[in-house]
Every structure is written in C-alpha cells, then in structure tokens.
Design a protein around this ligand. Structure first.
Ligand SMILES: Nc1ncnc2c1ncn2[C@@H]1O[C@H](COP(=O)(O)OP(=O)(O)OP(=O)(O)O)[C@@H](O)[C@H]1O
Ligand SMILES: [Mg+2]
Length: 309
C-alpha cells in the first residue's frame, strides 16, 4: 500500500506484546496507541521495564507485536518492512557492533546495507559532528564505551532517515558529548527529521521534547505537550538540605536524594506550613529554595498515581 502524504511519522495503533516466559506470560505492551507527527521531537519516558525498548523493537521490526499495528511514514512495519526500515534510523540501547571493522568501515558497511552509494561526504560530516574524526581509522574494539555509542549514533544516521529513534543515547556518555549530540540531533530536527527519544535524564527530555508519552507497565499513562504536563501538575517545590530526620508528614511525600529534600507545596500557605512543621520538629534547614516543579517531579507524581490505580 502506498503511503499517504498525510500519514504521521509514526503511528502506534493498539500495540500489544506478550512475552512467554518459563514463569508464564508477561504483557510488556498493553494497547499502546499514539501518533508522532512529522517534524516532532517526541519523548518516550517510563521506569525500567515499562516497555520502551519493546515498543521500539516492534517499531524497528525486530520484534513482532502480539496485536495492533505500527506504521512509519505510512509504511506498515510488517507488511511493508523494507520501506519502513529505510525510513528509520535507530540508535539501540545495547552496544552492539562488529569489533573487526574500523569506525569508517562500520559506517560504510551500514551505508551499503541501506544501498546508499557515494556516502563519504555525509560520513565525514557525521564523524566531525560526533567528535569521531580522529577515530575514523580506529578499530571498533579500541574505542571507549562512550565513543562506541557515538558510532552507533552515526551508524543510525548514514542513510539520512526521516525518523530518528534514540533509545537512551546518553547513557554513559560524558557531558561534552551530550551537548554535541543534542546540538546535532536538534539541528536534524530543525531540518525536518522526526525524533523519538527515550531517556532517564528527565532534564534532557524537558529541554528537548515538544511532546511526551509516559509508559508504565506497558500502558500509556500520560501523553501531552511537555509544557502542558508541567503546567497541569507543576506546583511549587520547596528544596533544602538537611542532616536531620524529617517529620513523618513531610517524609511521606518528599523526594529525598542524599541530603537534598524536595517537598511539594500548592501555594504560599503550604510553604509556610511546611516550614513551620520543620521548625517545630527542630530540623535544621540549609540552602532553602522555592521553585517550580520540574519534569522529574511530574514524572514521579504520575508514576505514583499509576501505582495507586
Ligand atoms: N525478550 C524478552 N523476553 C521476555 N521478557 C522480555 C523480553 N524483552 C523484554 N522483556 C520484558 O518486557 C518488559 C519491558 O521491557 P523493556 O526492555 O521494553 O523495558 P524498558 O522500558 O526499555 O526498560 P529500561 O528503562 O530498563 O530500558 C520487562 O518486564 C522485560 O523484562
Ligand atoms: Mg529500554
């Protein structure tokens, strides 16, 4: 079937995936439906085991859905596999590569796989953009973990796919490369490429993604514009450091990271009451800040709601 011009970049339509394991059936995806429009920078978030990589595997044609349908640029990923695959550039979560090839050979091989000829100029651009120019001749097994991940990114892009899928591309990647990578991916997005990103770095998702879907136990539990997700829930956050034990009423709802405590307050009155509770309990508070909730706060709230449901 020819793709329709109006087709979204990606369409997930009631996608389910059941894994049969020795301990019974595991429903990794349970009726996932959403569209990603052409040109979007879309975030797919969720805790470990939520089903993000499974959904991407189905999209990539690496796993077969147990039910439902997926299209890429209008091409069904099963019935029209070749066209769908050609439209996708996938940076996998796992580092998989052939240790016997150099970086440049790896990229040439991948170009060949997609039938792209005379690709040297683009390969050079990818190498330069990802800080790999001086490693072009190095053997894959001589590279550090972060450099291998850069090669995986370059490899996903050799055929200039309209849809770029990144499954935790910044896991184990240093700050400098993260910046370089996001500049480059943002440029491609501005030039019209659609981007689907999964990450556990919610600051990245907040900064980059126009829309976000949150998965939990194989279901979409939130789907909205990033700004709407933040505005719909974000309340005031009180952040401070302390060595003291928190009063139970605050401990029950606060997010604690080492010495840093973040507690939610709907308005100024709640801020005052939180501070009063801390003072009464004799908890010494340092570096107090009051700010808006961020995507991490929203994420935790949504995941907790899911747990109660
Ligand atoms: N091949 C498989 N066989 C059996 N179960 C699987 C298989 N692949 C994934 N699962 C299970 O499916 C669920 C979803 O896994 P998935 O890898 O999609 O999660 P994820 O959201 O990508 O998590 P993470 O953030 O850790 O990468 C998990 O419970 C996982 O154990
Ligand atoms: Mg995963």
């Amino acid at each position: 079937m020819p793709p329709t011009p109006a087709a979204p970049a990606v369409r997930f339509d009631k996608v389910s995936k059941v894994f049969r394991t020795p301990r019974g059936e595991l429903k990794a995806l349970d009726g996932v439906s959403f569209d990603i429009a052409k040109g979007e920078f879309f975030g797919l978030l969720g805790p470990n085991g939520a089903g993000k990589t499974t959904l991407i595997s189905v999209l990539a044609g690496l796993a077969r859905a147990s039910g439902g349908r997926v299209t890429v640029m209008g091409h069904d990923v099963v019935a029209d596999y070749a066209a769908a695959r050609m439209s996708l550039g996938i940076v996998p979560q796992e580092l998989v590569f052939d240790p016997f090839f150099s970086v440049r050979e790896t990229l040439r091989n991948q170009s060949g796989y997609f039938g792209v000829k005379n690709n040297e100029a683009w390969i050079d651009e990818l190498l330069a953009a990802l800080g790999l120019a001086d490693k072009a001749g190095a053997n894959m097994r001589q590279l550090s973990g972060g450099m291998k991940r850069r090669v995986l990114v370059a490899q996903a892009l050799v055929h200039r796919p309209p849809v770029i899928v990144l499954d935790e591309p910044t896991a184990g990647v240093d700050v400098e490369l993260r910046q370089t990578l996001w500049q480059f991916i943002s440029r491609l997005n501005r030039e019209g490429h659609t981007v689907l990103l999964t990450t556990h770095y919610l600051e990245e998702a907040e900064a980059l993604c126009g829309r976000i879907a949150m998965l939990k136990q194989g279901r979409v539990v939130a789907l909205d514009r990033t700004s709407a997700l933040l505005a719909g829930r974000a309340s005031t956050m009180l952040r401070f450091k302390t060595d003291g034990a928190l009063p139970p009423a605050i401990a029950a709802q606060a997010r604690v990271t080492g010495r840093i405590v973040q507690a939610k307050a709907r308005d100024a009155a709640e801020v005052e009451s939180l501070l009063a509770t801390l003072r009464t309990a004799g908890v010494k508070v340092e570096d107090l800040e009051i700010g808006r909730a961020d995507l991490e706060d929203v994420f935790l709230e949504i995941m907790q709601e899911g747990a109660h449901a």
